[in-house]
Design a protein around this ligand. Structure first.
Ligand code: ADP
Ligand code: MG
Length: 245
């Protein structure tokens, strides 16, 4: 999948700052992300990854700065007008609905015609390799299959930008590795623009086209996995990413 340099930036943040009262959590974050990029935000617990993602989503209002998504200024737009889809670490599926109904729920709300919704659900389920599970209930699925359903709900929306907040951290190690490969394949086949949060360095190195390393709400370095690994900007990045001394 090639990046589209002529397309408007999938995401652009300028001097994005976020405070809770007197506690400043994000400090003048500048980010520019091309359409089709897989941007991974990585850093230790409490460094501001989720806050940054929530600011991009509009779930948190930013204190200062500007945000564009797909070239459009969304700084003051509510989440529903930002053309994003989010996948969280804990994802509540509707227990009484089938897998297909869970995936299609958002489309039902938006009154997408039934036949069109059905087609989209099948397309996405095939992509996620859960098309044989559409009539099951969530309780009849494994953890990995459930996480795929949660991703399916995001995928049917075809948003400008996907936001993932540690989507694999509730899965066991083996499944995590499998799902990592799955997400990578998904990105390759769809060409989606993705911002992905993790505290796991290996996950960041495996998935990212570019990595943003955060510490205490400050960007430490932005670069390709190779750049970050081979030319860490400071000792924090080197230690955190496990670069050779
Ligand atoms: P991460 O996702 O990297 O673990 P968070 O973005 O959740 O980090 O948190 C960053 C910092 O912001 C932490 O110090 C956290 O305590 C603080 N924080 C997050 N949400 C709130 C809130 N609603 N009110 C006050 N402080 C918050
Ligand atoms: Mg977090």
């Amino acid at each position: 999948m090639a990046l589209d340099a002529a397309a408007p930036a999938a995401l652009s943040a300028k001097s994005l700052t976020k405070s809770y009262g007197t506690l400043q959590v994000l400090h003048d974050i500048d980010l520019e992300m091309a359409k089709g990029e897989f941007l991974v935000l990585v850093g230790p617990s409490g460094c501001g990854k989720s806050t940054l993602l929530n600011c991009i989503a509009g779930l948190e209002e930013i204190t200062r700065g500007t945000l564009t998504i797909g070239g459009r200024d969304v700084t003051h737009e509510p989440p529903k007008d930002r053309d994003i889809a989010m996948v969280f670490q804990s994802y509540a599926l509707y227990p009484t609905m089938s897998v297909g109904e869970n995936i299609g729920f958002g489309m039902k709300i938006r009154r997408v015609p039934k036949a069109q919704a059905r087609e989209k659900i099948e397309e996405v389920a095939k992509l996620l390799q859960i098309d044989h599970l559409l009539d099951r209930k969530p309780s009849q699925l494994s953890g990995g299959q459930r996480q795929r359903v949660a991703m399916g709900r995001a995928l049917v929306r075809d948003p400008k930008l996907f936001l993932f907040d540690e989507p694999l951290s509730n899965l066991d190690a083996k499944l995590r590795v499998e799902m990592r490969a799955e997400i990578k394949r998904l990105h390759r086949t769809t060409g989606a623009s993705i911002v992905y949060v993790t505290h796991d360095q290996i996950e960041a190195m495996t998935l990212a086209s570019r990595i943003v390393v955060l510490k205490d709400g400050f960007v430490q370095q932005i670069g390709t996995p190779q750049e970050i690994y081979e030319q860490p900007a400071n000792t924090f990045v080197a230690d955190f990413m496990g670069s050779p001394p």
